[in-house]
Design a binder for this molecule. Structure first.
Ligand code: SAM
Length: 282
């Protein structure tokens, strides 16, 4: 008779969010497969749990599979946890869960915290449909390509981001989705310095920069989906950026003519817009 693989959510900050059932499952399992055994040991110690631990992370998941599957096949119960939140959500565990299913092992969730759902639940943006995008690519060109591909996505978008890249990512989101698109920035959820703000994407970046310590910690960015209006605004912003660059080097008439060629917009409309931009204080 095969055992059970439990997929157990752990707190994303506040230990009070560790559910009684998660606690009991870890205490009663034969083994806990943990992303970082030192970190999970501290959690287990806090709750007086003495179950043995094995490590299961990005770099050893494939290697560890046969041994864990063998134990499950022999009837053991294995509890899978990650460093924080729900395993498999931008965390290891996918290979183990897939293999367990392929081998006919029962897989059962012990649901609980996840930064994705926590941020979405407080965003004040539509949640009836959403797309979880995980971490955006680290390299700027790949990140901008990824955002550009999502620019017309009508569903609410959810991203994870690290403190090292949050400012760059917000700048690229503003450039690709439109600076006026609404978004929620949530940092340090359930922790002592939890903060969240709903604003335009450019407003969120400015807010983050107001306080140097705000750039620290863990972040979720929830971005409103594209509406017809936000698509038009983003297009207008892109046209304005083209005009602004051209106006730095050329007279209004020439700038409008070249912008018309580049964007396919009517030349007289761009001429009027170029005049407006020229009059705007710099
Ligand atoms: N599996 C986890 C979950 O269910 O939330 C996410 C793991 S992923 C490796 C870690 C990322 O989740 C962080 O870089 C951050 O983007 C987000 N995150 C985790 N905890 C958070 C928190 N307390 N506040 C805000 N974001 C958090």
């Amino acid at each position: 008779m095969s055992g059970i693989l439990y997929v157990v959510a752990t707190p994303i900050g506040n230990l009070g969010d560790f559910s009684p059932r998660a606690c009991a499952t870890l205490a009663e399992a034969d083994v806990v497969a943990a992303e970082d055994t030192r970190r999970t040991r501290r959690l287990l110690q806090h709750f007086g749990i003495h179950t043995p631990l094995v490590s299961l992370h990005e770099h050893n998941e494939r290697r560890r599979l046969p041994e864990l599957i063998e134990r499950l096949a022999q009837g053991a119960s294995v509890a899978l946890v990650s460093d924080a939140g729900t395993p498999l959500l931008s965390d290891p565990g996918f290979l183990l869960v897939r293999q367990a299913r392929q081998c006919g092992v029962r897989v059962s969730p012990v649901p609980g915290p996840s930064a994705l759902v926590a941020a979405l639940s407080i965003a004040g943006l539509p949640t009836d449909r959403f797309a979880f995008e995980g971490f955006p690519p680290a390299r700027p060109a790949a990140r901008r390509r990824a955002f550009t591909a999502l620019a017309e996505e009508p569903r609410t978008l959810v991203f994870y981001e690290s403190s090292h890249r949050i400012l760059e990512s917000l700048a690229d989101m503003a450039a690709c989705f439109g600076a006026e698109r609404q978004g929620l920035l949530a940092r340090e959820l359930t922790k002592r310095f939890e903060e969240s703000r709903l604003d335009t994407l450019s407003g969120l970046r400015a807010w983050l920069q107001e306080e140097p310590q705000r750039v620290r910690g863990e972040f979720v960015v929830v971005v409103a989906g594209c509406t017809e209006r936000s698509a038009e605004e983003a297009e207008q912003e892109a046209v304005d950026r083209t005009l602004e660059v051209l106006l730095r080097h050329l007279p209004v008439k020439q700038a409008a003519a070249i912008a018309a060629e580049l964007t396919g917009e009517a030349r007289n409309r761009l001429y009027a817009r170029a005049l407006e931009l020229e009059r705007k204080p710099h």
